[in-house]
Design a protein around this ligand. Structure first.
Ligand code: AHG
Ligand code: MN
Ligand code: MN
Length: 325
């Protein structure tokens, strides 16, 4: 049996990274415990306020954020923390070598209906050691990530982790309260017959995305010559986990629903960590045409269209978008 702690000792050169991932895993176990208690732990319903992005916060969004913030701002390896639920980054320990970013609770609309939710995290180097960290220190391309992962609170609780050298998965042993390695060297097939997209936004998409989904829906009788299946968890963590387990393609594409939002998902604590995991498993992640990990961020909360998963499928979507330009 290999625990997460064992795995980090064997595969990571950095005590700092191990320290931060150790804290994140301990908080994930606390969040898991609250989720299992559900309504009995008073975690359901609205918190009664909005986050910086104008979204209604759920009670658990706030609780998960506070737990991660408390742990990571006290972590000596951590110079600063940024979260979906906070307007600005929070400085931690100026001597720290790392920055931590997270989506404390992904898939918030699933909380009250007892469906899967997750926590997403990304770890960046801190290049301004000795000074107080600000938002500007976080604006590094996804290629700079030193580690990334998620915890999926599903039928079981699973962590997927990359240290930039493949993807490993750990399952939470609720007896010993430890994450235990269940799979290594995860690899996504280049082709797939399964896609994930919220098709209720169809009318707001670009023609290239509409054409792509039209072709999938046409199945054997259409241009792709095979039938496709569709799944939508409404928590990116769930959809990405399915892709790491059995392949597929996921998109939250560009849409014109709200002219102030180029897409729904956030670059720095949703798209980047997921893109690193997907690439480390042999898949691809783009904004339809450009590699997600190459994007230079201009704000910690910026949004980005996302297309990720099976390599050939992501390439095909890129071709359709380029042909339409
Ligand atoms: P969050 O709960 O952190 O705001 O993220 C939810 C995101 C993502 O996880 C999911 O894929 C998507 O929003 C679901 O959006 P729809 O409700 O539009 O389907
Ligand atoms: Mn999210
Ligand atoms: Mn969230």
């Amino acid at each position: 049996m290999t625990t997460l702690t064992d795995y980090l000792a064997q595969h990571s050169q950095s005590a700092n990274i191990n320290h931060v991932i150790g804290d994140i895993s301990r908080v994930a176990i606390q969040i898991n415990h609250l989720l299992r208690q559900g309504a009995l732990a008073d975690i359901q319903g609205e918190a009664g306020n909005q986050n910086v992005q104008g979204e209604e916060q759920k009670k658990l969004d706030v609780i998960a954020n506070d737990l991660l913030m408390d742990a990571l701002t006290q972590n000596t390896a951590c110079a600063g923390v940024a979260s979906e639920e906070m307007d600005n980054a929070v400085a931690a320990n100026a001597g720290g070598a790392l920055l931590a970013l997270f989506d404390p609770l992904d898939g918030s609309s699933n909380i009250d209906i007892n469906m899967p939710v997750g926590t997403i995290f990304s770890i960046l180097p801190y290049n301004n050691q000795g000074h107080t960290a600000t938002d500007a220190d976080f604006l590094q391309a996804g290629t700079a990530q030193l580690a990334a992962g998620y915890v999926l609170y599903g039928t079981s609780t699973v962590m997927a982790l990359t240290l930039g050298n493949g993807v490993a998965m750990f399952s939470l042993d609720t007896q010993s309260n430890q994450f235990v390695l269940i799979q290594q060297n995860i690899s996504i097939d280049a082709d797939t017959k399964e896609y994930a997209v919220n098709a209720s936004n169809y009318r707001h998409w670009l023609p290239a995305m509409q054409r792509y989904v039209d072709e999938l829906v046409a199945g054997k009788t259409g241009a792709r010559g095979k039938d496709y299946n569709m799944r939508w968890v409404a928590a990116m963590v769930g959809d990405v986990h399915r892709i790491l387990c059995r392949g597929g393609v996921f998109s939250y594409p560009f849409d014109t629903k709200d002219p102030n939002k180029a897409g729904k998902l956030r670059l720095m604590y949703e798209a980047n960590p997921m893109a690193l995991l997907i690439e480390q498993a042999g898949g691809k992640a783009t904004d339809a045409t450009q590699r997600i990990l190459d994007i230079t961020p201009i704000s910690i909360h910026q949004r980005v269209p996302v297309v990720l998963g099976a390599k050939n499928e992501v390439d095909y979507i890129k071709q359709l978008h380029e042909a339409a330009q």
